[in-house]
Structures are given as C-alpha cells and as structure tokens.
Design a binder for this molecule. Structure first.
Ligand SMILES: [Zn+2]
Length: 341
C-alpha cells in the first residue's frame, strides 16, 4: 500500500479540491485493516496506525492529513521556485486572492499580510467573511489551519532577507520548532510528514490510558526492532505486544464498567494491571530469570566474550539465578504468561 497505492494518489491529493469526507471513508477501511494486522481492537487509538514502524506503529499517515501536507508543500515550492517566471506568477496569483479577500478598495497586500493570510489569521484586515472562490491558495490556507493541532505551521516573510520560510513543530522529540527556508524547499515535504507523525506520537503519549507505556518505549528505536524484520518474535509475541503497549489487554483491573474482581487471576494478591502482570507478579519470576539469561547470552555474543573468541568484558550473573535455579538457553521470551496473549 505504501509502495504502490499511496504514491499514485499524491498528485491528485496535491492539486484537486477533493472532499475530505471521501478520504475519511477510505481511511476507515485502512485503519481497520492495519489494526487487524497489529491484532488491536477497534477502540485502539488511531495514532498508532500513523506512527513510524521504527517506533512500533503502522507507518500510515491518514489521507486527510496527507492531503494537507501535500498542499502545503506544493504551495511552498511554487512560491520559492528557482524559476523566476513560475515564482513571480505564483506570488501575483496569491496577491490577487488576498487583495480580493481584504477588499478591492484596500491597497495591495504586503508579503507579511499574505503570509498571515496563508497562516489562517482572521484578525485585522483579514477579519472579513467574504465568500471566496476555491483556489489553490484558499486550499493552502485551509490546510494550514487544519494542521494547526498536529504541527502548528506558520508562514513567515523576512524583509531583511527577502525570503519566505515555513515554521512548524520539529520532527524530533527534543526540539520544539523548525524553520524551513527557501533554500531547503526540496526537504519541506519530508520534514512536514515527519513532523506530523511526531505530532501524532505526542498526542498518543499524552493519553493517560493508552499512551503511558508508549511514551517509554518510543524513547528508543531498539524497543521496536522487530517491526520490520520480525526477528526474535513469535506469532504469540506479535499478538500480545501491540495490545500490551496500548494497555488493551483484557486484564481485570483494566476493564471498563462493572467487574466481579480486580484481583490478579494467577496470584490473587494484587490488582491485575499491566505493570503487575509484566513485571511484578511473583508467579512469573521463573520467566523473568529465563528472560535475563537470554539477554545476557545475547549480550555476551555481541561483546565477543564467548569461548571461541575469549574476548569481551565479564558480565554479571543474572539476578536471583542461584535462589531460583534459573537456567539459560530456554526458548521462552518475555516475563509474561502466555495464557494472557
Ligand atoms: Zn499476580
């Protein structure tokens, strides 16, 4: 789908006034399919479908958002085109649209006012509610406003440098904003896409019920190493892990509505929550030791500390292995009971 279907729709999404409700219908089908592949119930947050596979998501940007991003990138490229004829024609067309918006009796709009129009401002000269004809610029203004929650895009004009730039939320987790100047016009589409995905990731992580575990695991790409290759992952692991990451397992303490008991169905000592099942339930301590042994065995091989090479640093013995009689080399992975998967 990402290789053949989506690229074929890009040109149509970029230049045609396609109604978003038509895209939403298509999106619903794609959401349902991807959630089925990840073994997620339909009540799972939609953001998981858009997040990059490197961070454990489906890698599919919703079509309405995809359309807004393409419209923005297309407008930015036209207004910063290296071909002076195309660039001047684009600015003239945009100035005409803004002039019509603020009233024919007003003086020609400045480039700062034009940027405020594209950003979607509705104050000052732009407070009029003139019924405008749909143009590529009015669609750019609407797309900018629709992307406000995800990436907060703003068009800016620098009088000193006589240059247009686009400012929006940074596509990484550490920096707040990024400014794309005209000289980086060829990167604007990729940066907008990455920023939109990052915006959806932040939205998911802010959710108290489904985002808590996800906030921790997206701190490192290694947490989702299996998404592309499926290495070290059995089918039961695959069916379990996506539900567990979103706290959607059918656990007693995670059920909504009236429940007969919140206690763990294995030990009966604590509430059956996700942290208890994965990390705290003592009935699974044997699995913890086997997991620790396997991690150490993998680390030993990576360090080159096996018998054949004789190198590498010595690693500590697994915690509690003497007390519990844990043994390495088991085929079991993870510290959770298969009966919950
Ligand atoms: Zn328990």
């Amino acid at each position: 789908m990402l290789t053949f279907l989506i690229p074929r729709t890009e040109f149509a999404l970029r230049v045609t006034p396609m109604p978003k409700h038509a895209l939403t219908i298509t999106d619903k089908f794609i959401y349902s399919t991807i959630k089925g592949l990840l073994n997620l119930p339909q009540r799972a947050s939609r953001e998981i479908v858009a997040i990059s596979p490197h961070l454990g998501g489906g890698g599919y940007i919703p079509l309405p958002m995809q359309k807004d991003i393409l419209v923005l990138a297309h407008a930015f490229r036209m207004l910063t085109c290296r071909d002076a004829y195309v660039r001047e024609k684009s600015w003239a067309s945009l100035r005409e649209v803004v002039h019509r918006k603020i009233g024919r009796m007003s003086p020609l709009p400045s480039k700062s006012l034009i940027c405020r129009y594209l950003t979607g401002c509705t104050d000052g000269d732009l407070a009029t509610t003139t019924a405008a004809v749909s143009t590529v610029w009015s669609r750019t203004r609407k797309a900018t406003r629709d992307l406000f929650v995800a990436i907060n895009p703003r068009w800016e004009w620098s009088d000193a440098r006589q240059e247009l730039s686009l400012r929006f939320a940074h596509p990484s987790q550490r920096v707040d904003e990024i400014i794309v100047p005209a000289s980086a016009r060829h990167r604007v589409l990729a940066l907008l896409r990455r920023a939109a995905v990052e915006g959806l990731r932040r939205k998911l992580c802010a959710k108290l019920d489904q985002g808590k575990a996800y906030d921790a695991l997206t701190a490192s790409r290694e947490s989702s190493h299996f998404m592309r290759s499926g290495k070290y992952t059995r089918f039961c692991d695959w069916r379990f892990i996506h539900r567990a990451r979103l706290n959607l397992l059918p656990l007693n303490a995670a059920r909504k509505g009236a429940v007969t008991s919140r206690r763990c169905r294995v030990c009966r000592d604590e509430d059956e929550t996700l942290p208890h099942v994965v990390n705290h339930c003592l009935r699974h301590s044997g699995a913890w030791i086997r997991r620790q042994d396997e991690i150490l065995a993998l680390a030993t091989n990576m360090e080159g500390g096996d018998e054949q090479t004789g190198g590498g640093r010595p690693l500590p013995p697994p915690a509690g292995s003497r007390d519990h009689g844990g043994s390495g080399g088991s085929n079991s992975r993870g510290g959770c009971d298969c009966s919950l998967r």
